[in-house]
Design a protein around this ligand. Structure first.
Ligand SMILES: *[C@@H]1O[C@H](CO)[C@@H](O)[C@H](O)[C@H]1NC(C)=O
Ligand SMILES: *[C@@H]1O[C@H](CO)[C@@H](O)[C@H](O)[C@H]1NC(C)=O
Ligand SMILES: *[C@@H]1O[C@H](CO)[C@@H](O)[C@H](O)[C@H]1NC(C)=O
Ligand SMILES: *[C@@H]1O[C@H](CO)[C@@H](O)[C@H](O)[C@H]1NC(C)=O
Length: 843
């Protein structure tokens, strides 16, 4: 708890106001992942662990969002990213661009500009990457591998399997993209608590340490690797005044303007420069050279953020040509002229969706590495004014920390500052269905009706009911009102309402009037649109006449609920009368465009990943044992061939050393012949075969080392016991003189004396024996036994020391309740941590 507070103080948070509290119930661990196009950041919230960014094995706080194949082995993070310059086609980065994206989308051709990786369309018409000489991996699977890598890291840190995760996504993510990341999470063996829009997560992090007496509007301006977005957030105290409400008002975004685009343009400067200097050499055809140029461009871009010029240097870029060139910031900015204004546009758009103007905005909170680029900052300042820019959250980590806090509040295992979050859907979602028509025959085409189900700006985590007057099954197509991104489909799912006719017949015959089909639609906290249920709902009016029943049967044209009309929210409807009856209908879902992965495909993918993890784990265990044995052979050999003064030599006999040498040579030969084929078990067995000879020698040495201290301990207890006995016997004599009842009887003291004498005698005999034992002989007396015997004496002494004093005579103590209670001054008992009992008379 103290550690937790200390870390939080580093974030400027007050532990008290946060009120972190570890629930007594089974403690849950929550993982948060900010999966970016360049880097992923993770944070772990577990009772007892400091709340902080999860570090990887190299103690890095951000981990490259990369995965690479090195043969059958997979590499992650920096290892994977670095491999790109040698194996550009086997290293996959920036996969975030491709999650849930239809194979023909514009972003796919954009990706070809930044990555040499070959993409193919999957059976679901999303994307996959063929492994050279292997199968094609869906983007979801490749992202899942990276999430699983984080899961392992988190589990190692937490010391237990971590399952529950919150993942950040850009607010513009469509249902397709949300499905894709959710599928990746599942394949990675994680359980998605919720998706959270990244700007919202930053807002939560912002609210963590602040309170809002008056409502305030701020804009979270987030420019990352792949995109730039602005989130307008209203912060206020909640109704009770105890918690904070974080309400997203509107978002604006540009999907392709970000750090990657700037790097791409800088790389193109380098390409142009190289080609100009080395006429005829088309570096663009060389994937390794392109990968190195990308890396260098990224580095130079970083330098140009703080300097007005930088030098790019790549040795032997292609055909042994060294490349060196100077890049000016002005030169870089000149090639970005056309997109300069695009950085602030999301903010202007977000603002225009609301009735707010810049003067209503208290500050523009910067997040994302790209906000460090001077051009981006300048453009933003020009629009919002310099005074409004705030650099008061961690530009790399605020989102993942906010997401973790949100996850902790969802898991209810932590008591965190109460932050209520309201987010919005950025797109108009409409439902399309065919009008029911009485006319039939060729050429009669039913009219398609469109009705807005969730308008842009709808709050997430809400439900609505659509009402229909229908006599047969029908379909509802859920669509974005317009293309959510270039070449994305508009329709994302179709719900078929089935069993209508049968249910209607059934109900009408029971005399129901006014039959309505009610379809519940939901917009989840994670931003998914779904159709949880459909029912036939009958209102039994008191009109039980034949006419009334018939009216019900044919449907009441005077009904107030219009076809497809949206009623919201469901819970605000008048409660159903007890006589009302409902029949549930089936609502199977069909994906008519880009489908999420089918359950069985996800299971297969999960199994594949598991198998790979198991294989890699056993390979690394084998490697560990192989290396262990090899090192062991060398070390032991060195000792045997080394100085005679080495304790090992002192403690061993000639015959033992000969046997050990023989065994060692035998194993060394085996190792030489079999190290490539042997398995983990073989290495362990060989090691044990050497150890069985070495162990007795080791043991002798250890005994010699341990002996003095153990003997000291035994003597200490002899001494203490002797002191105790002397004093107690004196007391007893005093008590006999005065006729009072003492704490100990003479028998008790004699018994202890007996134990002491036995211990002293045993120790004496054996210590004498041990004096004659040579270093290379087995000890006459084992320290283990010495400890046990000393413990026995200690225990006996302790029993007496802790003994309750005898009851005083009833006459004098009847009114004294403390007399029968625990003695007021009990000697300290054995403390935790193996500390020995402290005797009150200890000297
Ligand atoms: C903006 O104000 C107008 C007029 O007061 C109102 O009708 C409209 O709903 C408001 N829009 C938003 C997004 O608040
Ligand atoms: C029709 O009603 C009967 C009696 O209430 C019931 O047992 C049956 O399951 C209903 N059928 C359907 C399709 O709801
Ligand atoms: C034995 O213990 C005493 C007192 O704790 C200490 O001064 C002495 O150095 C110890 N001797 C050995 C051999 O550990
Ligand atoms: C001996 O008596 C004194 C005085 O009552 C007491 O403090 C002490 O604990 C006694 N010692 C033993 C070993 O009982």
């Amino acid at each position: 708890m103290r550690g937790l507070c200390q870390r939080l103080v580093l974030f400027g948070a007050l532990c008290l106001s946060l009120g972190f509290y570890v629930a007594p119930a089974a403690a849950a661990t929550v993982l948060a992942i900010d999966y970016g196009a360049d880097f992923m950041k993770a944070s772990l919230m577990k009772p007892g662990l400091p709340f902080d960014i999860l570090l990887n094995k190299d103690s890095k706080r951000k981990i490259h969002s990369s995965v690479a194949w090195k043969g059958e082995e997979r590499l992650f993070g920096q290892d994977a990213y670095s491999l790109a310059t040698r194996y550009p086609k086997d290293t996959y980065s920036s996969l975030k661009y491709l999650l849930g994206v239809p194979a023909n989308a514009d972003v796919v051709s954009y990706f070809a500009n930044i990555s040499p990786v070959t993409l193919v369309a999957s059976s679901r018409y999303t994307l996959g990457i063929p492994k050279p000489g292997g199968r094609t991996w869906d983007i979801e699977e490749l992202v899942a591998m990276q999430l699983a890598y984080i899961r392992q890291l988190a589990s190692d840190t937490a010391g237990e399997p971590v399952r529950d995760v919150v993942v950040t996504v850009p607010p513009y993510y469509t249902q397709f993209e949300r499905d894709a990341i959710a599928d990746a999470v599942e394949i990675a063996g994680l359980k998605l608590l919720t998706l959270i829009n990244d700007g919202t997560a930053v807002a939560i992090n912002y609210a963590m340490t602040r309170s809002f007496a008056e409502p305030e509007h701020h804009i979270i301006f987030d420019s990352g690797a792949s995109s730039t977005r602005a989130t307008i957030v209203a912060f206020s105290a909640d109704a009770k005044g105890r918690g904070t409400q974080v309400q997203v008002k509107s978002v604006g975004y540009n999907r392709l303007i970000g750090g990657t685009e700037l790097t791409r343009r800088l790389r193109d400067i380098l390409i142009g420069d190289f080609m100009k200097k080395n006429g005829g050499v088309d570096v663009r055809q060389d994937k390794k050279a392109m990968a190195r140029l990308w890396k260098e461009a990224d580095r130079v871009k970083g330098i140009l953020s703080a300097n007005t010029e930088a030098t790019a240097t790549i040795e032997s870029l292609i055909d042994d040509i060294d490349f060196k060139t100077k890049v000016l910031r002005t030169q870089f900015e000149a090639v970005c002229k056309d997109i300069e204004d695009a950085f602030a546009t999301p903010l202007i758009e977000a603002l225009s969706n609301t009735n707010l103007s810049m003067k209503d905005i208290k500050s523009v909170v910067l997040f994302g590495g790209n906000t460090r680029v001077p051009m981006v900052r300048r453009n933003l300042e020009a629009v919002v004014g310099e005074g409004k820019i705030a650099v008061n959250v961690n530009a790399d980590e605020a989102a993942v920390l906010g997401a973790a806090l949100h996850g902790a509040s969802l898991s209810r295992q932590f008591r965190t500052k109460d932050i209520k979050v309201i987010d919005v859907l950025p797109y108009d979602v409409q439902v399309a269905y065919e009008a029911e028509t009485k006319a039939t025959g060729p050429g009669v085409r039913p009219r398609t009706i469109h009705s807005i189900a969730f308008p842009a700006g709808s709050k997430t985590g809400t439900r609505k009911t659509l009402s229909f007057k229908r006599h047969s099954d029908f379909s509802l197509a859920f669509q974005y009102k317009s293309e959510p991104a270039p070449q994305f489909p508009v329709e994302f799912l179709e719900a078929r309402v089935e069993g209508v006719a049968e249910a209607l017949t059934n109900m009408s015959t029971s005399g129901a009037s006014d039959l309505t089909i009610k379809v519940t639609i939901a917009l989840s906290e994670s931003g998914f649109v779904s159709v949880p249920e459909a029912i036939v709902y009958a209102d039994f009016k008191d009109d039980s006449s034949i006419a009334g029943m018939l009216k019900g049967f044919f449907g009441d044209k005077g009904d107030k609920v219009a076809e497809g009309e949206v009623q919201e929210p469901m819970k605000e409807q008048t409660p159903r009368k007890p006589k009302d009856v409902t029949i549930p209908l089936k609502v199977p879902i069909k994906y008519t465009s880009v489908a999420p992965m089918a359950l069985e495909n996800k299971r297969e993918a999960r199994t594949r990943l598991n198998d790979m993890e198991t294989k890699e784990l056993s390979a690394s265990m084998r490697e560990e044992q192989r290396n262990g044995l090899e090192g062991y052979i060398y070390r032991t050999r060195d000792i045997l061939e080394g100085s005679q003064d080495h304790p090992f030599m002192q403690c061993s006999q000639e015959s033992e050393r000969t046997a050990l040498k023989q065994k060692l040579e035998e194993v060394a030969k085996w190792f030489h012949d079999h190290q490539d084929t042997a398995d983990t078990k073989d290495f362990i067995e060989k090691r044990l075969s050497i150890q069985s000879i070495e162990n007795p020698i080791q043991h002798r040495y250890q005994e010699i080392v341990d002996f003095p201290e153990v003997l000291n301990n035994s003597q200490k207890w002899n001494f203490h016991t002797r002191m105790f006995l002397t004093e107690a016997r004196q007391n007893l004599t005093e008590e006999e003189k005065t006729g009072t009842q003492g704490k100990y009887t003479i028998e008790e003291l004699n018994e202890l004396e007996q134990t002491l004498r036995e211990h002293e005698a045993w120790l004496h005999v054996n210590v004498e024996k041990q004096r004659t034992v040579k270093h290379n002989e087995d000890p006459a007396i084992e320290t283990k036994e010495m400890k046990e015997r000393a413990d026995k004496l200690e225990l006996h002494l302790k029993r007496l020391v802790q003994k309750k004093p005898p009851r005083r005579r009833a006459t004098s103590s009847a009114s004294d309740p403390s007399s029968t209670a625990e003695p007021s001054a009990t000697p300290p008992t054995q403390a935790d941590g193996g500390e020995k009992v402290h005797l009150h008379e200890e000297l």
